[in-house]
Design a protein around this ligand. Structure first.
Ligand code: NAI
Ligand code: MG
Length: 354
């Protein structure tokens, strides 16, 4: 059976790291005798340049008829002054909505060898291993109206959710906690926001369905502080779209670099999309020095969640760990005793380890 994978390289380092992930999947294909069929489509800035829209229909159709999607990253200074419907990020929000990718799973686990690469103290991050479950298709990034008012002198953005949208992400988080260490931290701003009050009510009501999971509620501002002062208290964190966006970049500090953090975006019943947590990194784009590990670990998540290839996914994760333990790293990680390699070299080391 052939597994159809759509590649959406996007912009900046997105295109550099996605071909690294493809090389890794080809190594897996050889070793485990699996067939992957790849096709590439435009999204983001490159799609604006080639098709006049950040999300061409043919890209959406290809994703819908695939078995899984790998996405690099979108955006860059070239398009920063475009009107909002011609911004690369619109492509990203559009594909999440089109595939109904409501659940974004972001595992954050530091490698032992890289503990000192984090600006945080080793004894604080030692043993941290958490999963951020972020709602991805609702909230402020999608709510309407979102516009300038009063001749540009006032603005409105809307944080809207339905009960059903909250329930499905909270269920996903409880189920994720059941597969891990059975502790769920729900992050909200229930002392201020009406949306957070309903969110908290739903979490409370759902506890009965998952009696093996312990639950606590933390306000988002306190959660931001705890994440870097006492990260080991967390197992699974569930939160709405924007809070999750912010907290997951913050959590990347535990791993030493945003370039280490993979993610899976899942639908209830449909194609999954896998992408690194980082963006297109215009400051290093074109230099060939991007860290491909976040993208490669995203491909491992794809094998696990979309193709049920647990052994193959584990093989990728183990290979990454082997190379990290050999003290090789890309330039984004601060590691004085390490050996600095570029994107291609890092990819080849991981291929060899597989
Ligand atoms: P960014 O994540 O692209 O970069 C932040 C910093 O981390 C930069 O210094 C960058 O060099 C570094 N970095 C990120 N990934 C790296 C990697 N794999 N290897 C080495 N260093 C890495 O975020 P920034 O700079 O805020 O945004 C740049 C562009 O990316 C913007 O246009 C933004 O809208 C877009 N963006 C796209 C996302 C996506 O496609 N999912 C997510 C976040 C931002
Ligand atoms: Mg972000």
């Amino acid at each position: 059976m052939s597994n159809k994978i759509v590649l959406l390289p996007g912009d900046g380092i997105g295109a550099e790291v996605i071909y690294a992930a493809k090389d890794i999947l080809e190594a897996i294909s050889k070793k485990y005798n699996k067939t992957f069929e790849f096709s590439s489509y435009d999204i983001g800035g490159v799609a604006i340049d080639n098709h006049g829209t950040p999300l061409p229909n043919e890209t959406v159709e290809a994703c819908k008829s695939s078995d899984a999607v790998l996405l690099g990253a979108v955006g860059g200074p070239k398009w920063d002054n475009n009107p909002s419907d011609l911004r690369p990020e619109r492509g990203l929000l559009g594909i999440r909505k089109a595939l109904d990718l409501y659940a974004n799973l972001r595992p954050v686990k530091g490698f032992k060898k890289l503990l000192h690469a984090s600006p945080l103290k080793e004894d604080i991050i030692q043993g941290s291993d958490l999963l951020i479950v972020r709602e991805l298709t609702g909230g402020l990034y999608f709510g309407q109206p979102s516009e300038r008012l009063d001749s540009g002198n006032a603005v409105v953005d809307t944080l809207a959710y339905t009960r059903r949208e909250m329930e499905r992400i909270i269920d996903k988080a409880f189920q994720s906690a059941q597969l891990r260490n059975k502790h769920l931290t729900s992050v909200d701003k229930a002392n201020v926001l009406e949306s957070s009050k309903l969110w908290r009510e739903i979490v409370e009501a759902k506890k009965a369905e998952y009696p093996d999971v312990t639950v606590d509620h933390v306000l988002v501002d306190a959660a931001a502080m705890k994440l870097i002062t006492n990260p080991t208290q967390f197992d699974v964190i569930v939160t709405e779209n924007m809070f999750g966006d912010i907290l997951s970049d913050e959590a990347s500090v535990l791993t030493g670099s945003l370039g280490m953090l993979p993610s899976a975006s899942l639908a209830e019943d449909g194609v999954g999309l896998y992408e690194p947590a980082h963006g297109s990194a215009p400051d290093i784009a074109g230099k060939g020095i991007a860290n491909p590990i976040a993208m490669i670990l995203s491909a491992a998540m794809m094998l696990r969640y979309s193709f049920d290839m647990n052994e193959e996914a584990q093989a990728i994760e183990d290979a990454v760990e082997v190379v990290v333990n050999q003290n090789y790293h890309t330039a984004d990680l601060k590691n004085d005793n390490g050996k600095v390699v570029n994107t291609t070299e890092m990819t080849q080391l991981i291929v060899n380890a597989i």
